[in-house]
Design a protein around this ligand. Sequence first.
Ligand code: FCB
Length: 448
Amino acid sequence: MAAIPRLPEGFVWGAATSAFQIEGAATEDGRGRSIWDTFTATPGKVRDGHTAATACDHYHRYEADVALLQRLGVDAYRFSIAWPRIQPDGTGPANEPGLAFYDRLVDALLAAGIAPMPTLFHWDLPQALEDRGGWLDRDTAHRFAEYTAIVAARLADRVPHWITLNEPFEHMALGYALGQHAPGHTYLLDALPAAHHQLLAHGLATAALRAAGAPHVMLTNSYTPAIPYSGSAADTEAARAYDTLHRRVFTDPVLLGTYPDLGSFGLDGALPFIKDGDLAAINQPLDGLGVNYYNPTRVTAPEPGQTPLPFELAEFEHVNTTDFGWPVIPSGLTQTLLDLTADYGDALPPLWVTENGCSYGTGPDADGRIRDQARIDYLEAHVKAVAAAVDQGADVRGYLVWSLLDNFEWAEGYHQRFGLVHVDFETQERTPKDSFDRYAALIRDQRR
Ligand code: FCB
């Protein structure tokens, strides 16, 4: 077993999931329809037409899943709350059975000695709000604050860590710019209001959480170092532009209260959807910044006339990839954490790696055991990458593996398995993989 450097005292180890990807029970207890229910029901959107109607059936099996978390030995569990369970149409009074589910889950976690870390929005917008414009509509930010206040009034007395949004860049890019995720729009740069309104939602929700006494509030972004394809000035400039769009648009307003210069995107003047007071509302003090990291991004200058964007993406050569085709480059996590530390300085709150993991389809051998050595290697290398960043001055407080369970991986359906626990989607049988035991041992070793 490779030695893993010791992380600082009190470092939080965890695992993560999200509601739509695991819960199932899509029509139970008054749950409303989400944009992902619509998207999965649309032919051609999800690989092989997979839906999440049952997923991991976690809604009915949450007690067994909490027992798995306890066996894993984690300090914290990051899950998400499905807005359509709380407000089926995205507005109005709470749907009591929906709130009661998360109440039971929180109590089960606390009884198991595990800190609940809910994310309030992990991409499953109520369809009724999408019908009114979704995140392109400014009012959605106010609806989100209202929903947050309902949840916080019920749970803030027991929940130690709150996350407002998951990966607003990915939701804007995949959902509103490129159409690969729900709600499936292909607006390219015209998707930018979806960035701003999510950030405004984050700010307003943070205020609502504080008002309800929430002790610790974070935003989770996806981060990826933008690596220039070559040393050329054009590639360097393209990487800078990509970093602006992916990282700085979603971090500068939150931590600095300003947007970065978007001149390289042809956006020179004032953006009409940014109203007076918005940046102050977005720039709320935070207790932590969630970092989801999977891989770096290689960026090249665009071919003239090929794209309206000031960059193109390229593949890394000679690197291992996961089943998703994502390059395995652990040093990118060290770089991500150190770049944030250097670039935001005193404005940066403590960092939390709120997702990191890999897709490998490894299934059971004849003896039933799942020997997912590639996932063990991935996790060990990335935990070491976190330790290296801490060693070089990054203030990192926690690390949560994506994911506890194999689950519904968005447009890939059940084809990408990220779990420490294998799920047989026919029988719902859960089988901890070798990586589960390795992660449990790693956590035990760290506490010794
Ligand atoms: C992240 C998402 C998460 C999961 C992983 C693989 O972008 O937040 O739901 O799909 O990717």
